[in-house]
Design a binder for this molecule. Structure first.
Ligand SMILES: [Zn+2]
Ligand SMILES: [Zn+2]
Length: 190
């Protein structure tokens, strides 16, 4: 759903829960939460950046870049059934939609950590459940000296880089960021 052009209503526009996703982008040395809002085309989106001054509040910085005084914002709220939806303010975008490259954020129990000993060496694993079948997991291994995890199967067999990172979100909760590259390997039973 889109804001109707020329609307004079002060009511915020409520858009369907299916039309947005949360993600994260690495900027200025840290991970910043983003909200991506789609039209019917899920390849392109408006990209809102999380603002810590208000709860669940995101602003489009592409619009800000074009016009400093223009704030196009989105807030995530919940209805009485606990279902989440996004509320937009009345300002329409002056920016163009951008190509959507998702970095997904997931929370426990959709990922878990484990340390195994292989020949006396400790190896840290990150298990990420398959979104279609939660009994299956993709296995990531901590890259030594780095803060990111990689899928060795995808790297070694398919030569693609599937990475994951851990970070603490704005509520102090640990979460896991998955890069946009999809696995070519098969998830496994643990
Ligand atoms: Zn915009
Ligand atoms: Zn993989």
């Amino acid at each position: 759903m889109q804001a109707s052009a020329g609307s004079t209503s002060n009511q915020s526009n409520i858009i369907n829960v299916k039309n947005y996703r949360l993600g994260a982008e690495y900027y200025g040395g840290k991970w910043v939460k983003h909200l991506y809002i789609f039209n019917t085309d899920t390849d392109f989106c408006y990209n809102y950046t999380f603002q810590p001054n208000k709860k669940n509040y995101f602003v489009c910085f592409k619009c800000k870049k074009i016009n400093k005084k223009r704030t196009v914002s989105a807030t995530i709220a919940s209805n009485e059934n606990g279902e989440k939806y996004v509320q937009l303010n009345e300002n329409e975008h002056v920016c163009e939609r951008q190509k959507f490259e998702l970095k997904t954020i997931i929370y426990e129990p959709d990922f878990k950590l484990d340390t195994v000993k292989v020949r006396g060496k400790e190896i840290q694993h990150l298990f990420v459940s398959d979104s279609n079948d939660k009994t299956l997991y993709y296995i990531y291994t901590l890259i030594s000296g780095a803060k990111s995890y990689r899928c060795n199967n995808c790297q070694n067999i398919h030569n693609i880089h599937v990475r994951a990172y851990l970070l603490i979100d704005e509520n102090g909760k640990q979460c896991c960021v998955l890069n946009a590259q999809k696995h070519k390997c098969r998830p496994q039973k643990l």
